[in-house]
Design a protein around this ligand. Sequence first.
Ligand SMILES: NC(=O)c1ccc[n+]([C@@H]2O[C@H](COP(=O)([O-])OP(=O)(O)OC[C@H]3O[C@@H](n4cnc5c(N)ncnc54)[C@H](OP(=O)(O)O)[C@@H]3O)[C@@H](O)[C@H]2O)c1
Length: 313
Amino acid sequence: MSRTLKLNNDKELPIVGLGTYKSGPGEVIKAVKEAIDAGYRHFDCAWFYGNEAEVGKGLKDKIDEGKVNRHDLFITSKLWNNFHEKDKVVPMLKETLDNLKLDYIDLYLIHWPFGFKETASLWPVGEGKSAYSDVDYLETWEGMEECVNLGLTKSIGVSNFNAEQIDRLLKNCKIKPVCNQVEVNPNLNQKKLIEFCKQRDIVVVGYCPLGRSEYAGTPGFPDPTIFDPKVIEMAKKYNKTPAQIVLNYLISLGISVIPKSVTKSRIIENIDVFDFTLDPEDVAYLDSCNKNQRVCPLSMFQDHKYYSFNSEY
Ligand SMILES: NC(=O)c1ccc[n+]([C@@H]2O[C@H](COP(=O)([O-])OP(=O)(O)OC[C@H]3O[C@@H](n4cnc5c(N)ncnc54)[C@H](OP(=O)(O)O)[C@@H]3O)[C@@H](O)[C@H]2O)c1
């Protein structure tokens, strides 16, 4: 099984990356270094996560140690919703580069298609529609293209875009998005969106691949498949863990996955997923888990003009 996916600009994306959302102070630097030792070369970051400086310190320590070269790493970051005006994009990426202490990143994404006013809070729940900005993501994209032209990022892409938004962007862009990062796990296998993106030479990167297991049991929250007794049984059959079963299944859909962990044994476990193939009946069971339930519906913003999850995919 190949460990990279080719992007539409010929760059290679390592299939398994380390997620860093909610990886806290003091733990994310350790996680990044352990991940590099375990063979990870793809790191998923975002300005919104508030921990890019510590991620950058972990990367720099390993580069300085001679364990890895910068050009072997694939670093992603994302533009947050309060900064969708075209002239805010380059300064926000420069801030991210300064946090990470890097000269360039490999991939910069529009985190969500909908924007907030710069004067609103970063997570304006309860602030009503007055917190929304109506800046079109096509305008934001012009700023993203400028980031490529200035050499601040090698590739650009989107996150949480639906099919219609992707086609609208493709009709109006100079530089094509290389990827759409969206939630993918067995509860939400996104087969239609993955096929749609594949036809347009856009790679899907799947977030919450483990169903954000720490929220398990929260009312209204989808049960993470790694706790499904059938998947636990399946794991015994392959001498693997439930998380490895789920990640292997997701990779077989032709996507990249970015499981988050700050636990050394899990960091090692989550990249050790390439040495087995699930039997058709096990794939069929995992396919049957699809319920179109989201960990991240962000339904509090569903009245925003550019909210993306009102359509089928
Ligand atoms: N673009 C977007 O809008 C967006 C949205 C959400 C997430 N993301 C990205 O996607 C990444 C992954 O998503 P996520 O962090 O929400 O959820 P996730 O990766 O599905 O789940 C993370 C949780 O699973 C636990 N875990 C990790 N490996 C495990 C294993 N082998 N067995 C059992 N439990 C395990 C982690 O615990 P420990 O850390 O304690 O080990 C953590 O509690 C994020 O970190 C972020 O980089 C992007």
